[in-house]
Each structure stands twice: as C-alpha cells, then as structure tokens.
Design a protein around this ligand. Structure first.
Ligand SMILES: Cc1cc2nc3c(=O)[nH]c(=O)nc-3n(C[C@H](O)[C@H](O)[C@H](O)COP(=O)(O)OP(=O)(O)OC[C@H]3O[C@@H](n4cnc5c(N)ncnc54)[C@H](O)[C@@H]3O)c2cc1C
Length: 598
C-alpha cells in the first residue's frame, strides 16, 4: 500500500525563500496581514487532512468505484468518501481562499493551491468533488447576478453544496460550437433546459444534498457555432428565495462511465428534461463566462498531475532503497547483503530523479502561477494586475499540458522502478499511472492547450506576452551572468531563451504561409516553452540554495535542491534541442501521408 508524506519543506522553500510571498502580497489589502507562521500552520494541517483522512481511501475508491441506482438515479460513492467530505466541510477547508463576503476565509490562493496538491497526491478521485466547486464558485462570482451569488455562493463556499461543469455532449467535446442542449425562456426570467451531457465529473453523488451544475446551452435564436452558446446555472434541487432547497429539478444521472482510472469519481451522463435554470452572464456569451471556470480547472488539472508525480516519487524512492537486486557495476555497495539495493544503479536513479525534478519544477511553477493570479485579482496597481493577468494566460496551458505530460512520464518511471511489482495492483503504482492518464485529456486535451498557447497566446500578439516572460529570464541572466557557480544553471536558460525567439519567429512565418504549420509544431513548442519556464524556476531555486550553502548552511535540503537542478539541466532540459528539430521538420511529413494512413 502506498504511503504519503506532505512535502511541506519544499512548499515552504518555494513560498518563502524563492518567492518571498508574504512581502510580495503586502501591497494587496486583502493579504496585508498574512504572515509566515499562518501559512505554515495551514499547510501542516492541510497535509494532515490529506495523509490521514483521504489517502487511506484512495485504494478503496479505486476498487469499489461509484454505483448508480437505476430507479432513483442516485449515485453512491465508495465507502468512506462521504464521511471524509463531511470532515472536510466541518474543518472549513472549502472556504480557505474564498471571498469573506460569501463566508470565505480570504486566505491567499497559494494555500488552496498547496492544499490541493496534497489532496491530489492522497486521492485524486475524491479531490475532484470539492475541486469542481471552486470553478463553479469562480464563474458565479465573476459573472453571476447578485441574486445568483446570494443563492449559491455561500453554500458552495461552505461546501454544503458542490458544483460541476457541464460542457461535453456525445457528439461534441473539443468543438463546443457543435453543442445542441436547448434553453427556452419561460417568461419569468428562468429557462427550460433540455439535452444530454456526458462525462460530467462529480455529476451525481451522495456527498452533498445539492449539486449546482453550470450548463452550456443554446437559446432559440442563437447564432450557429461557439458564438451562440450561453451559460446557465441548473441546481439538482431548485433553490427557494430564502436559499433553502426546494423541489427536485429535471436533471438526472442516466449512467456512469466505466473508465481506466479515477474510479472513485462519478463520471456521469446527465439528462436534462425540462430542467429549470437561470442565465449566467450575457446571452450568447457563455463561452467567455465558462472560461473563468475552465481556466481555474486547467490550473487544477496540472495540480492533479503534480500531486501524483510527488506521491509516485515518494513510494518509488522508498522501494528503491529497500529492494535488493544485482550488484553495482562498480563493485558491491551493501556488502552485508546478498545484493545491492536497486538505488545504486544509475538508471534507477535516473527514473527517480526524473520524477523528483518534475515534481519540484511543477510545484515551483504552480505556486508562481498562483502568486501571479493573486496579483491579477488583488494588486492595487492596475499595471501590475494587467501584466500578471497576461503571464497567467501564457502559463495556464503550460501548467495544464506540461505538468500532466510530465506526470505521465514520472508515474510511468516510478512504476518501472518497481519492476513487475509495479504492474501488480496491490503496490498502488499502476493506479497512479491510470489516474494520471485522464489529466492529459480533459479540460481541453493537451493538443488543444498547445494550439491555445502557440496560436492565441504567442503568435496572435506577435510574441508580446512571450517577450514579457523573456524579460524576466533576461533579468535573471543579468543578475547571475557573472557568477561562475551559477553558470551551469544560467547558461542553458540564456541559450534556450535566445533559441526560442528565433524558433517562434520561424514558426510564425511558416504559419503565415500555411496555418497547418502551427498545428504541426504546437505540441513540441509547448514542451520547449515549458522547459524554458522550468529552467528559469530551477535557476531561481538554485540561486537561493547556492547562497545558503555559501553562507555555511549545512541543511542537506539545499544540497539536494542543487543536485536535482543539476540533474534537470543535464538530463531533462536538453530534450528541447530534439523538440525544436522535430518541429522544424514541418507539416508536410504529417499531411502528405494519405497513402500511409489509407
Ligand atoms: C473521466 C472524464 C471526465 C470528464 N469530465 C468532464 C466534465 O466534468 N465536464 C465536461 O464538460 N467534460 C468532461 N469530460 C470531457 C472531456 O473534457 C473531453 O473528453 C475532452 O475535452 C475531449 O473531447 P472528446 O472526448 O470529445 O474528444 P474529441 O474532441 O473527439 O477529440 C479526439 C482527438 O482529436 C484531437 N483533436 C480535436 N480537435 C483537434 C484540432 N483542432 N487539432 C488537433 N487535434 C484535435 C483531440 O486532441 C483528441 O486527441 C471528461 C472526460 C472524461 C473521460
């Protein structure tokens, strides 16, 4: 059975030593009084909740899955899920970073980010139930009417009710312009909604009495395609004017998907038959409104893989120290044993360090993104808000796709460390691989993230946002360029920054002549930019660690950080050269292939 220890030291290192979060947030009135001790205390308690309450349910959730009662359309979650959720609500965890106006605690988003990393390590399937509520909360807070906020937000904030996002239909996944669910005005400000949604995570369950569905649908006179989509809030139980639960609404679960992983999370087919809902935001502007939820969810999905990368690493490391097989090529290391622990073998170390580097780089990126998001929302200076928003937009597809692809590589590497025992269910490693697989697919597949990054975030503004990130890289290079000890971390970042500028111009030029060139290069491009971002963050982490070591600090944490950074730059970062080469081979070898794909 896998175990899990919350990586509190690394979180504190990134939050306090690398990003100096308390000082950075001082100008934001909401966080002017936040201090290091409060942050550390919340992280510690959150870690306890994850490791003691939800982690022991991870295996049970995988084995039992969810069950649908075909007569009542109610869904039972695995044994213990409901009780754990009640404890979560009782502990006030759903309200951690929500707005105090709606009952939230108003604490920095970074706490929610780290709490969710730990919850995902412990049990991704369980974590999705409360996780989706945050997206519904964000969409209603940004686009809801005062009445919708009054009726729904306090209950979502307290966790008394949960939320979902209902986009997908049988014939429409990536291309939401194809969706058919209908919304007809009832004349009293509400709408009758009819249609079928599939693959709805946490779409039905027994953990909370009411579920608040955010549903995309079309009004009768809506234009075709994605410009004719509106967003509606459709509760499972209608809500009375005083906020209490009313009669059952016309939305029910008609089936549950049988799937590869996240068995403990109910993936529901939802049928809307004369369901009643209210419009969120403007008519036909549902997609931009839903994007608030989707962006939150994209960061959340990257965080799911970060959690799985960390827990897979921890368990593979413990196994590699314990399992003895063969002798080290350079002579026995554990002479009192009949063979050496497998951790002596270079390739086993490579697999372990790959997962460790992807966990630590991912954590730094996720926390960095949350800090920017905080500034986007709460900083008093409009310019800082705008610049932070631009960087968050640039980094969101990277968090979603780079972290989930890395999660795939890392969980597979950790399974491999277990050899055949990794393939056997009782060790839990295969569950990490299976659970992670969906993260590369939902919330817009990783291909869609790559197209969003290269097409919308980079090329559409001629690289202006990318240049802003480039300035941060240049600043670091200037700061540390003369420090010989930093050369091994700074030089590769400076070199790639330079290469990426040329690479972007080249793709932009080719794409101008043939738009398919962008599609042919996008996934490679995202990984190259992902590594530039990781490289920048690893260089910043190495900078802090090196200063501590030079000042005589003997805490092995700093040596470990430097060793991981060295491994990252030597063994993972260089894949950028291959990726740029493959992207440069162009789209012809992909499209002139009708005979090969006949
Ligand atoms: C377990 C699970 C949970 C889910 N939870 C939710 C949920 O809570 N709410 C919700 O609304 N949906 C949910 N989904 C749906 C999920 O978001 C979609 O499956 C996903 O967006 C992809 O859509 P699709 O499956 O229809 O694939 P398609 O859109 O049919 O895509 C098939 C393939 O074609 C590729 N492709 C499509 N268009 C392009 C293009 N222009 N360029 C290049 N490649 C392209 C895709 O990347 C993919 O590889 C969930 C799905 C699963 C399996």
């Amino acid at each position: 059975m896998p175990t899990y220890t919350p990586p509190l030291r690394d979180m504190q290192f990134v939050i306090h030593e690398v990003f100096n979060l308390v000082e950075e947030l001082k100008p934001c009135p909401r966080h002017a009084d936040i201090d290091v001790d409060t942050i550390n205390a919340v992280l510690e308690e959150g870690g306890k909740f994850a490791s003691e309450v939800t982690q022991p349910l991870n295996r049970i959730g995988d084995e039992q899955g969810c069950t649908l009662d075909a007569k009542t359309h109610e869904v039972a979650t695995p044994k213990g899920f409901k009780e754990a959720y009640a404890k979560y609500v009782e502990g006030g965890w759903p309200a951690l970073s929500c707005d105090p106006d709606f009952g939230g605690q108003g604490l920095p988003l970074v706490l929610n980010q780290c709490l969710y990393e730990m919850l995902n390590s412990a049990n991704q399937a369980w974590t999705m139930y409360p996780g989706l509520s945050h997206g519904a909360y964000a969409a209603l807070e940004t686009h809801g009417t005062q009445e919708q906020k009054r009726l729904y937000l306090p209950k979502l904030v307290s966790g008394e009710w949960t939320g979902t996002m209902c986009l997908t239909e049988p014939h429409c996944g990536t291309d939401l312009g194809l969706l058919r669910t209908k919304a007809e005005p009832l004349g009293d400000g509400s709408y009758r909604i009819t249609g079928t949604k599939i693959f709805i995570s946490a779409g039905e369950h027994d953990m909370a009495p009411n579920i608040i569905h955010l549903v995309l649908a079309r009004l009768p006179d809506a234009p075709q395609g994605s410009k004719g989509i509106s967003l509606f809030v459709v509760p499972k139980y209608k809500v009375n004017a005083d906020g209490s639960m009313g009669e059952r609404n016309g939305i029910h679960c008609a089936g549950l998907e049988h799937k590869m992983g996240i068995h403990g999370n109910a993936t529901a087919q939802l049928v809307l038959e004369d369901a009643v809902g209210t419009l969120v935001g403007e008519a036909n502007k549902g997609l931009p409104a839903m994007f608030v939820m989707m962006n939150a969810a994209r960061l959340g999905v990257g965080n799911q893989s970060l959690g799985l990368t960390e827990v897979a690493f921890q368990n593979a490391l413990a196994y590699a120290k314990d399992r003895i097989q063969m002798r080290s090529l350079s002579g026995p290391k554990a002479k009192d044993l009949p063979a050496d622990p497998i951790i002596v073998h270079p390739d086993v170390r490579k697999m372990l360090l790959t997962a460790k580097a992807y966990a630590e780089g991912g954590r730094a990126l996720a926390i960095y993104c949350t800090l920017l998001l905080e500034k986007e929302l709460f900083h008093p200076d409009e310019k800082v808000r705008a610049e932070s928003a631009e960087l968050v937009a640039l980094l969101t597809p990277i968090v979603k796709a780079f972290l989930t692809d890395n999660g795939h590589i890392a969980t597979n590497a950790c399974l491999q460390v277990f050899g055949g025992h990794g393939y056997i269910e009782e060790h839990g490693m295969s569950q990490f691989v299976r659970d992670n697989r969906i993260n590369m697919i939902y919330e817009g597949t990783n291909t869609v993230q790559a197209l969003d990054l290269l097409g919308r975030k980079v090329l559409s503004n001629n690289g202006a946002t990318l240049k802003k990130f480039g300035k941060l890289v240049a600043q670091l290079v200037e700061e540390e360029g003369v420090n010989e000890k930093m050369a091994e971390f700074i030089n590769p970042v400076a070199y790639l920054g330079d290469q990426l500028t040329k690479f972007t111009t080249e793709i932009g030029f080719k794409g101008y002549q043939n738009a398919d060139e962008v599609g042919g290069a996008a996934t490679d491009y995202l990984r190259v930019l992902g590594h530039l971002v990781f490289g920048y963050l690893f260089a910043r982490m190495a900078q802090v660690a090196l200063r501590q070591v030079e000042a005589g600090n003997t805490d092995p944490f700093y040596q470990a950080k430097l060793q991981t950074a060295r491994f990252y730059f030597a063994r993972l970062f260089p894949e950028t050269a291959t990726l740029m080469r493959t992207a440069r081979s162009g789209v012809k070898v992909l499209l002139d292939t009708d005979a090969a794909l006949a």
